[in-house]
Design a protein around this ligand. Structure first.
Ligand SMILES: Cc1cc2nc3c(=O)[nH]c(=O)nc-3n(C[C@H](O)[C@H](O)[C@H](O)COP(=O)(O)O)c2cc1C
Length: 362
C-alpha cells in the first residue's frame, strides 16, 4: 500500500510526496500577461507539495479568456516566470505550467486585444463571465478555420518551449473544464465538418495533436494533460459517446508516454477504472470537494498515484506539514480567489504564524 508521503517518479523527475497543488487561476498577472509581483512568493510558499501545477496560462493572445491571467509566449512572460520557477526550485519544489486556451470561454473586454473569442464552432457557451464592468454574457465566438486549428497546435508547441526556457519542469495541457480542448471533444460545442469534428477520432484529434507537438518539442516525459470526462458545465455536453471518446483518447495519449494524466473527476467511476487500466504512466486524481479525512484514500487503494487538491492548498501554504501534524486547515476565502492584492494570496498563515495569532487572541 502506498502512502501520500512517499516519493514517486513523474516522467523524468522524482517528487517528494504524492500530493499535488491543483491548477488555480488567480487573476493577479500584469495587463501584458507577465506574472504579478507576488506570484513567486505565492508558489514558493507552497513548494512542499510533490508537484505544483500553475494557474491556467495562455499559450497565445487568443488563448486568454479571463481578466489578468498570465501568458507564456513573450520575453516578458519568460522573465516573469523565471522568478517563480527559481523561487520554487530554491525550496526543492517541482512546478508544471498549465497551458490553458480558453477558446469560447472568453470576453473581449477581458483581453488587451479585445478580439472575439475563437472556438471549434460558432456556438455560445450560454454562460456569464466576470469582466471589469461586472458579469456579462459571453458573446458568440468565431469558428477557427482548419489552418488556424493547426496554427493553434503550433502555438501550444511554442508556449511549451518558452515555459521550459522559463524553468518549468514540464507542461500540463488544460484539456478539462470546458475550455478549448474540451470544446473540440464535445459535440455540443463542435459541429465541424473537417478532420477536427464529427467522429470520436476527429473530435479527439486536437487534444492528441497538441500532446504530440509538445512532446516533440520538450519530451513526452515533461508533457502531461488534464481531462474532466463527463463534466457538463458551460454548455459542454459530450453526449452518449463521451465515455468511449475518453477510452480512445486516453489509449492514444498513453502511446506517447506522457508524464501523467490528471483527472478532474466528475463522477463516472466505471470510466475512471477503465482509464486507470488504459494508462501506464502516473495518474493524478482530483476529486472536487474531497474532505480532509479522505485525503490519501485514493493513493492507498491504488486508484491513483497522486492526489491533487485545490482550495486546501490555496488556503494552506504548509498543507503538507498540517497533514503530517494532523493540524487544522485554514478555510479558503472565495472573495479573494480572483484578482486583488496579497490578501487571500500570500497572507494565509502557516502553522507557526497561526499559533502566534492564537497566542495573541488569548
Ligand atoms: C480559484 C480557483 C481557480 C481555478 N482555476 C483552474 C484553472 O486555471 N485550471 C484548472 O484546470 N482548474 C482550475 N480550478 C479547478 C481546481 O483545479 C480543482 O479542480 C477544483 O478546485 C476542485 O478541487 P478542490 O475541491 O480540491 O478545490 C480552479 C479552482 C479554483 C477554486
Amino acid at each position: 500500500m502506498s502512502t501520500i508521503f512517499e516519493t514517486t517518479t513523474i516522467g523524468r523527475m522524482e517528487v517528494q510526496n504524492r500530493l499535488v497543488m491543483a491548477p488555480m487561476t488567480r487573476s493577479r498577472a500584469e495587463q501584458d500577461g507577465t506574472p504579478g509581483e507576488q506570484a513567486a512568493e505565492y508558489y514558493a510558499q507552497r513548494a512542499s507539495v510533490g508537484l505544483i501545477v500553475t494557474e491556467g496560462t495562455q499559450p497565445s493572445d487568443d488563448g486568454q479568456g479571463y481578466l489578468t491571467t498570465p501568458g507564456i509566449y513573450t520575453d516578458a512572460h519568460v522573465a516573469g516566470w523565471r522568478k517563480v520557477t527559481a523561487a520554487v526550485h530554491d525550496k526543492d519544489g517541482r512546478i508544471f505550467f498549465q497551458l490553458m486556451h480558453a477558446g469560447r470561454m472568453s470576453h473581449p473586454d477581458n483581453t488587451p486585444h479585445h478580439r472575439q473569442g475563437v472556438a471549434p464552432s460558432a456556438i455560445v457557451p450560454g454562460a456569464p463571465m466576470f469582466t471589469a464592468t461586472g458579469m456579462q454574457d459571453i458573446p458568440l465566438p468565431r469558428a477557427l478555420a482548419t489552418a488556424e486549428v493547426r496554427q493553434t497546435v503550433q502555438d501550444f508547441r511554442f508556449a511549451a518551449r518558452r515555459a521550459i526556457e522559463a524553468g518549468a519542469d514540464g507542461i500540463e495541457i488544460h484539456g478539462a473544464n470546458g475550455y478549448l480542448v474540451q470544446q473540440f471533444i464535445a459535440p455540443s460545442a463542435n459541429i465541424r465538418t473537417d478532420e477536427y469534428g464529427g467522429s470520436i477520432e476527429n473530435r479527439a484529434r486536437f487534444a492528441i495533436e497538441v500532446a504530440k507537438a509538445i512532446s516533440e518539442e520538450i519530451g513526452a516525459d515533461r508533457t502531461a494533460i488534464r481531462l474532466s470526462p463527463g463534466l457538463a458545465m458551460w454548455g459542454i455536453d459530450e453526449g452518449i459517446e463521451g465515455p468511449d471518446l475518453y477510452r480512445y483518447l486516453v489509449a492514444e495519449l498513453d502511446k506517447l508516454g506522457l508524464a501523467y494524466v490528471h483527472i478532474m473527476h466528475a463522477g463516472n467511476e466505471e470510466l475512471l477504472a477503465d482509464i486507470r487500466k488504459l494508462w501506464h504512466q502516473a495518474l493524478i486524481l482530483n476529486r472536487p470537494g474531497r474532505l480532509r479525512d479522505q485525503i490519501g484514500a485514493d493513493v492507498a487503494s491504488g486508484v491513483a498515484d497522486l492526489e491533487a487538491y485545490g482550495q486546501m492548498t490555496l488556503a494552506n501554504p504548509d498543507f503538507i506539514e498540517r497533514l503530517k501534524k494532523n493540524a487544522p486547515m485554514n478555510e479558503a476565502d472565495r472573495n479573494t480567489f480572483f484578482g486583488g492584492t496579497t490578501k487571500g494570496y500570500t497572507d494565509y498563515p502557516a502553522l507557526a504564524d497561526a499559533s502566534i495569532e492564537m497566542e495573541a487572541v488569548r
